[in-house]
Design a protein around this ligand. Structure first.
Ligand code: IFM
Length: 461
């Protein structure tokens, strides 16, 4: 259900749509690209629920012009997409692969022709397999490889792209990838997950420094995107309150504090002391991680309510590293096709919390959207009122947060079209455009028309 009150966003508020390389590009062997951890992982039986991979995905590599037309049809001014590291540096080190870069130059040309501003993410989970073979994110050397890659790409594209995000959701890379093995590279080792999280953050900081050094006077903007949750205790019982503190610590503050305050929270370090010491955090690391950034991206989908369990699960059984004795408690909100509870006010609370607890920084919602089991009707159309309701509710929450003083500058719907939803393959549809994976036909859903109207008018109808 949508609220009837008209809601307007200020002039200059950015409207966008987001995607990620491995989820859409396909063409995994084209022009010198080499395997990423997701190629390897998705080809191992049992890792992706429908047995699929990103081999073809949305075939965006070949159909990017059609896709840019779709983006233009959405009326959005900005397109957030990620660069595939294994296209640009196929083995994660060495010179930039010109053929891979040419693809992104063609894409940038097409966006420019339509007046769409590019917003680039350097890393959305497709680590070159060669770097994983050398230790992956738990190994410190990957930090330097990432900073080199980021700087080399920035040298080539800084005059074409103004907005640079280093990492998308390091929480997922570290905890899903190395903690519970739900994502590539499929490792179940909480200690490795914590080391990976630190190295991801350090890679971010070094990359920001490296890029700034290329263009010291630039007005280009640098930032990072975090997936954050408003975490609440399910009851006022002390064990549940402490569970909420710990989950908030490992999920939110473990990333926000080093980035924005220059240190890891003491309580989080204490919580994970049984899993790892701090030897992997070397002198100077926290200063590097806190390299000044210009914007913070936030991805929000669902709230988190937790309680302490009666007995703890085994290590590696939860993405909340060290919180094996904590479980989430459904609140009875409607759910998406992912089973994620829908609570738009969670986004408002999250934004307000960032304003209250951290130094001022311009915020962007860099992802928000829902999976729906969409179907094509007899007339070839896809009606997704649930998604419209979701987007409307969350945009109202954004506007409310802005009314409460939050410096929110823009919003990106996740995602342009249905694509490879990681360990769920193509079984979950998040797009505002429907993708028929067998024909590659794209059908804008009713949410696409709705979102286009919002983006063009700056107003919720
Ligand atoms: O599809 C993902 C995206 O790659 C990262 N953020 C969450 C989305 C939905 O799961």
């Amino acid at each position: 259900m949508t609220d009837a009150t008209p809601v307007r966003f200020p002039d200059g508020f950015s409207w966008g749509v987001a995607t990620a390389s491995y989820q859409i590009e396909g063409a995994v062997e084209a022009d010198g690209r080499r395997p990423s951890i997701w190629d390897t992982f998705s080809h191992q039986q049992g890792n992706v629920s429908d047995g699929s991979s990103g081999d073809v995905a949305c075939d965006h590599y070949h159909r990017y012009r059609e896709d840019v037309d779709l983006i233009a049809g959405l009326g959005v001014g900005t397109y957030r997409f990620s660069l595939a590291w294994p296209r640009l540096q196929p083995d994660g080190r060495g010179p930039i692969n010109q053929a891979g870069l040419d693809f992104y130059l063609r894409l940038l040309d097409a966006l420019q022709e339509k007046g769409i501003r590019p917003w680039v993410t350097l890393y959305h989970w497709d680590l070159p397999q060669a770097l994983e073979d050398a230790g992956g994110w738990p190994a410190r050397d990957t930090v330097y490889r990432f900073a080199d890659y980021a700087t080399a790409v920035y040298e080539r594209l800084h005059d074409r792209v103004a907005d640079w995000t280093t990492l998308n959701e390091p929480w997922c890379s570290a905890y899903l990838g190395y903690g519970i093995g739900q994502h590539a590279p499929g490792v179940r080792d909480p200690r490795a997950a914590l080391h990976a999280a630190h190295h991801l953050l350090l890679g971010h900081g070094l990359a920001v420094r490296g890029m700034r050094a290329v263009t010291p006077e630039t007005t280009n903007r640098f930032g990072i995107t975090l997936n954050l949750w408003p975490v609440s205790a399910a009851t006022d019982l002390p064990g549940d309150l402490d569970a909420a503190r710990r989950v908030d610590g490992i999920s939110n503050r473990a990333f926000l504090d080093p980035l924005l305050r220059g240190s890891y929270p003491d309580d989080v370090l204490a919580d994970v002391a049984d899993i790892t010491d701090t030897a992997h955090i070397q002198p100077g690391d926290t200063e590097t991680i806190a390299a000044p950034i210009d914007v913070l991206g936030i991805n929000y989908y669902s709230p988190t309510y937790v309680r302490q369990r009666e007995s703890a699960g085994p290590a590696g059984s939860t993405p909340w590293v060290g919180c094996e004795d904590v479980e989430s408690v459904p609140q009875g909100f409607p759910t998406t096709d992912m089973g994620w509870e829908i609570e738009p006010d969670g986004l408002r609370r999250l934004l307000v919390r960032l304003r209250d607890d951290y130094p001022p920084i311009p915020l962007y919602v860099t992802e928000n959207g829902m999976a729906v089991a969409d179907v094509v009707d007899d007339e070839g159309k896809v009606h997704d009122p649930e998604r419209i309701g979701y987007l409307d509710g969350h945009l109202r929450a954004c506007r409310q947060a802005m009314d409460e003083g939050v410096d929110l500058r823009g919003y990106f719907a996740w995602t342009l079209y249905d694509n490879f939803e990681w360990s769920f393959g193509y079984s979950k549809r998040f797009g505002v455009v429907y993708l028929d994976t067998s024909t590659q036909v794209r059908i804008p859903k009713s949410s696409a028309a709705w979102y286009a109207q919002v983006a063009r008018t700056g107003e919720l109808p």
